[in-house]
Design a binder for this molecule. Structure first.
Ligand code: DC
Length: 229
């Protein structure tokens, strides 16, 4: 069998990484892995169990007790934390406010990276996150780095949450995104940065169809026809 294909998509929060990753996975029949969801599930566990982030023993014990599974169902990713479906809860503000802090912990990253590398070992995958092209799969077949205007990202996220019935303000969302950008790019452990060989995709002004077409321009030459719908 030929070597499996790994497509890495990194970028800032709320840039539409998962939207394009899901669309590509569907079109190409690849497995989609949302690594942000994994860090969110860990964060939820830490919040529920009041884990002291400054206590390495507590953090390591908690990590030993966490089992995360991602299950793709009709374009929805179910996130299972110790068998419980937490897909909705991990997107809510309490988790969003804490996740950057949790994902900056070295022990957390080491464990997540190990699991992610295992998931992409033998299958064709599309993985999105912050460090996929730099740390998890530095030899990925193809790397994209997504970015967009922060105000546009905040508006998109705001609409998403309002549609789900959450009571949030645009300012609150904007501030949370700005803070997460800052924490994600300045943290000591594998900060968000563009891999040298990543292709930049700025989607401030282009729609989903155009983004998909842009990405496919780079992906098509890697595939035999049977991979494309
Ligand atoms: O993609 P997201 O917004 O769901 O990610 C949630 C947080 O997890 C984000 O603030 C940064 C962190 N994260 C990370 O550090 N490394 C990854 N590979 C994915 C996400």
């Amino acid at each position: 069998m030929s070597k499996n294909i790994v497509i890495a998509i990194d970028g800032y929060s709320s840039c539409g990484k998962s939207t394009i990753a899901k669309a590509l996975a569907k079109k190409l029949h690849f497995i989609y892995i949302d690594t942000g969801a994994m860090y969110r599930a860990v964060t939820l566990y830490f919040l529920r169990n009041k884990i002291d982030l400054n206590n390495p023993v507590a953090v390591n014990t908690a990590l030993d007790n966490i089992n995360i599974n991602l299950d793709n169902h009709n374009e929805q990713t179910l996130v299972l934390l110790n068998e419980e479906d937490v897909s909705e809860e991990i997107r809510q503000m309490p988790v969003s406010e804490k996740v950057s802090q949790v994902s900056a912990i070295k022990a957390v990253r080491t464990e997540m990276v190990k699991q992610q590398q295992r998931m992409g070992k033998s299958k064709n995958i599309i993985m999105d996150g912050r460090d996929i092209g730099t740390v998890v799969f530095p030899d990925a077949t193809l790397k994209f780095f997504m970015t967009a205007d922060p105000h546009i990202r905040a508006e998109r996220r705001y609409k998403e949450l309002i549609n789900k019935g959450e009571k949030v303000s645009l300012e609150e969302i904007y501030e949370n995104l700005a803070l997460r950008d800052h924490q994600d790019t300045t943290r000591e452990e594998s900060p968000l940065s563009k891999a040298k060989d990543a292709i930049v995709l700025d989607n401030s002004t282009i729609n989903q169809e155009m983004q998909l077409e842009f990405a496919l321009t780079y992906i098509r030459p890697l595939l035999s026809d049977k991979n494309l719908e």
